[in-house]
Write a protein that binds this ligand. Structure first.
Ligand code: CTP
Length: 412
């Protein structure tokens, strides 16, 4: 489950179609037919429950290959580890329908049948077409599993709204096979940021007092990591300079781990001249201790009664000089006078946009999964309502990318 996009160019793909056990499994037959018609090579893997809805023989005849079923996990007697060879063979794995149970298994890294084991052994794009009753789709547990998979770069197509197997009408229907085919084909198209380099700094910094103590802040890095993920999903080459956070690297991102403001400044300075878009989402410490003690400060010495601090370098304010043509975006975490502070920061630091968020509110900001911001530009101020950080990251990257496109259109 890694790169969300394939190298553009090669049109015929090797697609492993996984089918899990829901009534929409009958539509997987049509999906296999469409994929083959388009010139893709197809192999199929059925979960045990899927076998009750669709026969392996149908899929075998359509795909022209034996169908992997649960018993293949033990091998077929050839000595081959079939889940590994299937994962190596596939350019894309598409699971349609993906039931709530199968989504939960993938989100939690379970490997309890042929399909889940193959998905775990797979390092390429994974496309899921969920299908379940609306009540199940809306469950917090399902939403959390879906969010987790999205964060890892998994593409979800659907579900759609319409009549459900239960007779109810609502969200939960699997999308039509033609839409799944279009999503798979779309993985090969260059994204809107193809050929662009994006630099993102995220997370807090730590300023050491002695070998065991430091000054830091509450930034989780979630917003910056989501921005890097959104940039890669749009085809950009992304460098993520990350302060100390416990977040996994978004797939396809070049990550540089740093600890202090000074290290962050150095890493940003190296990457900035090549970047077309720079986003400073990091909560860089504004102050650091004037000196770092080499041995642990003892209580008995009274050495922590007061700490002498000095200013750190303002990384954002120095970017225009080293990346004059880049679109530069800063963040402003404020508790008072949000917009007027953001406006003066934009001008003072000579940047294109300031993303202003109100950190005094408990329902958005630092450690949470949601955020609400206003993006202050030179002649626009755009409000983005409270939403998940992943969804907001996508909107923000699209918003600031438009300035990049406009700038590139201007005569040199
Ligand atoms: N920033 C930076 N280097 C610093 C401090 C901040 O690059 N040493 C960047 C942050 O990454 C953010 C922006 O500047 O994009 C605004 O940071 P913020 O702390 O909100 O503002 P400050 O300029 O530090 O002003 P103040 O703390 O007085 O509000």
């Amino acid at each position: 489950m890694s790169s969300p996009r394939l190298e553009p160019g090669s049109s015929a793909l090797r697609v492993l179609v996984g089918v899990s056990g829901g009534i929409a499994a009958y539509k997987a037959v049509e999906l296999v037919r469409l994929l083959k018609k388009e010139g893709h090579s197809v192999r199929c893997a059925l979960t045990r429950a899927a076998g009750a809805f669709v026969t392996p023989l149908t899929l075998e005849v359509l795909s022209g290959h034996r169908v992997y079923q649960e018993e293949y996990l033990a091998g077929d007697g050839s000595g081959e580890e079939l889940h590994i060879t299937a994962a190596e063979w596939a350019d894309v794995i598409c699971v349609a329908p993906a039931t709530a149970h199968t989504i939960a298994r993938f989100a939690n890294g379970l490997a309890d049948d042929f399909l889940s084991t193959t998905v775990l052994a797979f390092d390429g794009p994974l496309v899921l077409a969920p299908a379940m009753h609306s009540i199940m789709w809306r469950q917090e547990s399902v939403s959390a599993n879906v969010a987790r998979l999205r964060e890892r770069g998994v593409t979800l197509v659907g579900p759609a709204v319409g009549p459900l197997a239960s007779g109810d009408v609502g969200i939960g229907r699997m999308v039509e096979p033609a839409e799944i085919l279009a999503t798979i084909n779309g993985l090969q198209e260059p994204g809107p940021l193809a050929g662009r380099r994006v630099l993102i700094a995220a997370g807090p910094t730590r300023e050491a007092l002695d070998p065991v103590r430091f000054i830091s802040n509450r930034s989780s890095g979630k917003m910056g990591f989501a921005l890097a993920r959104a940039a890669v999903a749009r085809g950009a080459a992304a460098t993520l300079v990350a302060g100390p956070v416990s977040l996994p690297s978004p797939p396809g991102v070049e990550r540089v781990d740093v600890t202090s403001a000074e290290e962050m400044a150095a890493a940003v300075r190296i990457a900035a001249p090549q970047a077309d878009l720079i986003v400073m989402a990091a909560a860089v410490a504004d102050f650091k201790p004037t000196s770092v003690r080499t041995s642990k400060i003892k209580k008995s010495e009274g050495g922590l009664d007061s700490i002498e601090l000095e200013r750190t370098e303002d990384i954002l304010a120095g970017l225009r000089a080293i990346a004059p043509k880049a679109v530069i975006v800063g963040f402003a975490a404020e508790t008072d006078d949000l917009l007027s502070n953001a406006r003066s920061k934009r001008v003072g630091k000579d940047v294109d946009f300031i993303v202003a968020n109100d950190v005094s509110r408990a329902d958005i900001g630092f450690e949470g999964d949601h955020n609400e911001v206003t993006v202050v530009g030179g002649d626009t101020e755009t409000r983005f309502e409270r939403q998940s950080k992943s969804a907001l990251a996508e909107r923000l990257i699209d918003h600031v990318s438009r300035a990049l496109v406009d700038r590139e259109r201007q005569p040199a």
